[in-house]
Design a protein around this ligand. Structure first.
Ligand SMILES: [Zn+2]
Length: 283
């Protein structure tokens, strides 16, 4: 919570100003941003991305979701991971106590993409073809990939959903923007079906040139969302992510959830403190 009144809606301009200030106040963000000079690098280090087995390196030293290499130890596993334990702008968080505001519109301009599914040992990730973009507060971001967590990473009033999908974008300045979509049990999700059909059971990538999917069809119809500044939810936990998590979940069948859980029973980081950040909810 901040000193600003709960009842005073924040204008788009003040939110942007806040974000600019937060980025400038974070040396880690700036150094990470400059390190991520190429989009290829961003894709490898990006939120939840992990790295393919062949590209193991800095920030990816055998971390996991439990035991001696679990979230409580990420910060001590590498010098580059310190912000995992020391940071005050970490993700995920509980989305309760959000402040009603007008944080700007999200315009998604995704195109159908060839199916390229990666099992990186931490999640199932779909790398997307170039050309899909999103406009966030007037800024253009390019979609790099989307991936999944079980259970959801963000929570609503202490409750986690069955799954969460993260759409990872980057802009020319190296800032990341992630769209989060909760997944609840319900009808079978036809967009996920080909991903689930082809996802590798062990580390590796599968390309299926004959199959195209449109990631926009994984988004909820209601585009109201929660907005805050946070981090990657995996090492190196870099605090350079503009988070937008949609309020409305989409559905997948219990069989689909179970199939993912068969590969990744638990790949969600524990909830982090909000500390002095703004958490906004669009009207
Ligand atoms: Zn993620």
């Amino acid at each position: 919570m901040t000193s600003q009144s709960k009842h005073q809606p924040f204008s788009r301009r003040s939110v942007l100003k806040y974000m600019a200030g937060a980025a400038a106040a974070c040396p880690t963000c700036m150094s990470v941003a400059s390190a991520l000079a190429s989009e290829k690098k961003v894709a490898a280090v990006g939120h939840g991305a992990g790295k393919p087995a062949a590209a193991k390196g800095h920030g990816d030293a055998h971390w996991s979701y439990g035991g001696d290499t679990g979230p409580g130890h990420w910060g001590e596993m590498s010098a580059g991971n310190k912000v995992c334990s020391m940071g005050f702008q970490q993700s995920p968080i509980d989305l309760r106590d959000a402040i009603p505001a007008s944080p700007g519109q999200i315009s998604v301009l995704y195109k159908p993409t060839t199916l390229r599914v990666v099992n990186n040992g931490h999640t199932i990730q779909c790398n997307t073809d170039p050309g899909s973009t999103m406009m966030l507060d007037g800024e253009k971001f390019r979609l790099l990939q989307f991936h999944f967590h079980h259970p959801s990473e963000h929570a609503m009033d202490g409750r986690r959903f069955d799954m969460e999908c993260h759409f990872v974008h980057v802009n020319d300045a190296g800032m990341l923007a992630v769209l989060g979509v909760f997944i609840e049990p319900g009808g079978e999700n036809n967009v996920l079906a080909p991903v689930w059909q082809h996802m590798p059971k062990t580390k590796g990538e599968k390309k299926v040139p004959s199959v195209h999917i449109n990631p926009a069809q994984l988004l909820p119809a209601d585009r109201r969302y929660y907005r805050y500044l946070g981090s990657l939810t995996t090492p190196p936990c870099s605090e350079k992510v503009i988070w937008s998590v949609f309020s409305q979940p989409v559905q997948a069948s219990t069989a689909q959830v179970s199939q993912f859980a068969g590969l990744f029973d638990m790949n969600a980081r524990p909830l982090q403190g909000l500390h002095r950040r703004l958490l906004l909810k669009s009207g």
